[in-house]
Design a protein around this ligand. Structure first.
Ligand code: ADP
Length: 270
C-alpha cells in the first residue's frame, strides 16, 4: 500500500504532526472499498500467527499510543478479531501503582513483554513516561529527558533477543476527539467510557502534540520505528495497521518446525 513507507518515521526526523492529516485515507474513499482487503489480511494474520506459535522463535510486541478516544481499544478489537486468543496477550498501562513506582519505569513494561511464539499488545505503554509524565511534570525534566535513550536501549535489547517491536501512534484531530467525546456523552451505552480526565487532558492538547512529536523524533529507530497512523477514519486505521502487522510477520520468513518423530513410520491403531 502506498502509505506504508510514508507513515514510517525516519530515525532522527523532525516531526511536525500538522504535516500528517489525520483524515487521510490514501486511495480509498469509503469503508466498503476496504472490506475485502481487510478480510484477506485477517486470514493471513491467522495463518501467520499459527506459524509464529508453532515456530516459537520470535515474539511480536505491538505498541498503541494516542490521545484519548484515538481508537486503541477499537484497533485491538477489529485488527485482532479472529486470531487465536491463546497466542495473544493484551496489557493496558494505567496510572502506575505504588509498587510500580518504586521500581524503574521500564520494569512493568519488561515484565509484560510477550514470550516467544506470542503477540503482545500494549494499550498505552512505557511511552506514557515521556508523554503524560512530561506534560504534567510528574518527575523532574532531568529524569524524563533521559528516558528516550533508555527506551531505545530497552527496545534494542528486545529486538536483539527475537522480539519484533511495532509502534503505532494513532493520529486523530482535536475536532474528531470532540465528536467522539460528545457521542459518548449522548449514548447511554458509552457513558461508562466517559472520564473526567479525558476532558481535563484535552485542555493540554498542544502540549501533548509537542510531547508526541519529540517522542516520534527521538524514539523512531532502525530496530523499532514509529508509524504515524491517520486515525480519524476507523476503517482506514484498521486497514493500515493490519497491513503493517501482516508485513512484519511475513518478513520473519517463518517455517513450521521439523517433526520430532518419523511421520512415515507412524500408525494410528484402530
Ligand atoms: P484508557 O484511557 O487507556 O482507556 P484509562 O482511562 O484507565 O485507560 O487511562 C489510563 C490513564 O493512565 C491515562 O490517563 C494515562 O495517561 C495514565 N497513565 C498511564 N501510564 C502512566 C504513567 N506512567 N504515569 C502517569 N499516568 C499514566
Amino acid at each position: 500500500m502506498e502509505l506504508q513507507t510514508k507513515n514510517i518515521v525516519t530515525p532522527g526526523e523532525l516531526v511536525n504532526l500538522d504535516d500528517h492529516p489525520p483524515e487521510y485515507t490514501g486511495t480509498y474513499e469509503k469503508k466498503g472499498q476496504t472490506k475485502k482487503r481487510l478480510k484477506k489480511l485477517h486470514k493471513q494474520l491467522l495463518e501467520l500467527q499459527g506459524l509464529l506459535y508453532a515456530e516459537s522463535q520470535h515474539a511480536v510486541l505491538i505498541i498503541l499510543q494516542g490521545m484519548d478516544t484515538c481508537g486503541k481499544d477499537g484497533t485491538i478489537r477489529r485488527v485482532m478479531s479472529g486470531i487465536n486468543v491463546q497466542g495473544c496477550d493484551v496489557f493496558s498501562f494505567k496510572v502506575p501503582t505504588t509498587d510500580e513506582l518504586s521500581r524503574d519505569f521500564l520494569w512493568r513494561a519488561h515484565r509484560s513483554v510477550p514470550s516467544k511464539g506470542k503477540i503482545g499488545i500494549f494499550n498505552r505503554s512505557h511511552y506514557e513516561d515521556v508523554l503524560v509524565v512530561r506534560v504534567h511534570n510528574l518527575v523532574p525534566e532531568s529524569v524524563w529527558s533521559q528516558r528516550y535513550q533508555q527506551i531505545n536501549d530497552f527496545e534494542r535489547m528486545l529486538v536483539e533477543n527475537g522480539t519484533v517491536v511495532l509502534k503505532f501512534y494513532l493520529h486523530i484531530s482535536k475536532d474528531e476527539q470532540k465528536e467522539r467525546l460528545e457521542s459518548r456523552i449522548e449514548d447511554p451505552t458509552k457513558h461508562w467510557k466517559v472520564e473526567a480526565s479525558d476532558i481535563r487532558e484535552r485542555a493540554y492538547w498542544e502540549d501533548y502534540m509537542q510531547a508526541y512529536e519529540v517522542m516520534l523524533q527521538k524514539c523512531s529507530t532502525e530496530w523499532a520505528p514509529w508509524h504515524i497512523i491517520p486515525a480519524n477514519k476507523k476503517w482506514y486505521r484498521n486497514l493500515v495497521i493490519a497491513e503493517c502487522v501482516v508485513d512484519a510477520l511475513k518478513k520473519l520468513d517463518m517455517r513450521y518446525p521439523e517433526p520430532s518423530v518419523d511421520i512415515t513410520k507412524l500408525r494410528i491403531d484402530d
